[in-house]
Design a binder for this molecule. Structure first.
Ligand code: ATP
Ligand code: MG
Length: 276
């Protein structure tokens, strides 16, 4: 008879030996990826190419990639999705959420340990999430942890040992900051993760999330969006993260779903209706 603990044990055994932290990664992509625009597939595809480059090219044992874009545009979820799709034996995320209350020294050693651990695996991906928060960036001042910046700069630029290959995917909501802290040169490539700017993407998301029970209700909501002037290119400026929460909020009011939705989108639309 096989009981639960045998089962869990078996799972442990099939786990790669290098200490993958899949739980952490799966939790950031809990809501999945919605293909609301061609750019989503382009980003995932670029990610796949970098994974293949690290897997196959002898000359590039270290590749690093920066995903940047406004808050909530989906950077972390995309980085984690690319990382997990690699199926490399070592996949780990370094996130400020894991380091709440850490001293600078503790942060530095936590970050360093992830890199050292990765060197035990022939193929690794490390997601360095939200650089601006990792370094405790404060725009007034401006202040940040120079120790963490130096640690990241050194480790991210360091070739892994012989026969070891590493892909680093970093994220930030503040691209200019990367230049300011002189980390731009660390990255081999940069990908912008844009916010949602058109009603068509919103429609795809709403369909995917089955916000409306019937096609008629859905059509009526789309008409409302059009009447509110939200349709057309560049009328919106909303991160997918925010849109998901707007949709879930609208769902809470079954008798006024469409109105709620349009109202929230209006509030979030840029004042001029055009993204600057
Ligand atoms: P922050 O600036 O706060 O760090 P972020 O840009 O990292 O935010 P995420 O935390 O990745 O954004 O939030 C995006 C959310 O939207 C996740 O819950 C993710 O599952 C969901 N999502 C749905 N479709 C997509 C998509 N195409 N791309 C990215 N995320 C998506
Ligand atoms: Mg993020």
């Amino acid at each position: 008879r096989v009981n639960r603990s045998d089962f869990m044990h078996a799972l442990d055994e099939v786990h790669p030996m290098y200490g993958i932290s899949e739980e952490e990664l799966t939790s950031v992509v809990q809501n999945g990826i919605i293909h609301f625009d061609a750019v989503v597939d382009e980003i995932l595809n670029d990610g796949r190419l970098f994974i293949e480059q690290v897997r196959t090219s002898e000359r590039t044992p270290l590749v690093s990639l920066l995903l940047h874009g406004p808050p909530g545009s989906g950077k972390t979820a995309l980085a984690a999705t690319i990382a997990m799709a690699s199926e490399f034996p070592f996949v780990k995320i370094i996130s400020p959420d894991q380091m709440v209350g850490f001293s600078e020294g503790q942060k530095i050693s936590t970050i360093a340990k992830v890199f050292t651990d990765s060197y035990k695996s022939p193929l690794s991906v490390i997601v360095v999430d939200q650089i601006e928060r990792l370094i405790d960036w404060v725009s007034i001042g401006p202040r940040f942890s120079n120790g963490v910046v130096q640690t990241l700069t050194v480790l991210m630029g360091k070739r892994p040992p012989k026969e070891r290959r590493l892909l680093i995917i970093a994220t930030t909501s503040s691209r200019p900051l990367i230049t300011e802290i002189e980390m731009s040169d660390v990255f081999d490539s940069e990908i912008r993760v844009p916010p949602i700017s058109d009603a068509r993407s919103v429609e795809t998301v709403i369909r995917e999330l089955k916000l409306f029970g019937s096609e008629t209700e859905y059509r009526r909501a789309m008409d409302k969006m059009r009447q509110a002037g939200l349709s057309g290119e560049g009328r919106l400026n909303i991160g997918i993260k925010k849109l998901l929460s707007v949709v879930e909020m609208a769902r809470q009011e079954p008798e006024a779903v469409a109105d709620r939705l349009v109202q929230s989108l209006m509030q979030l639309a840029p004042p001029s209706g055009i993204i600057v």
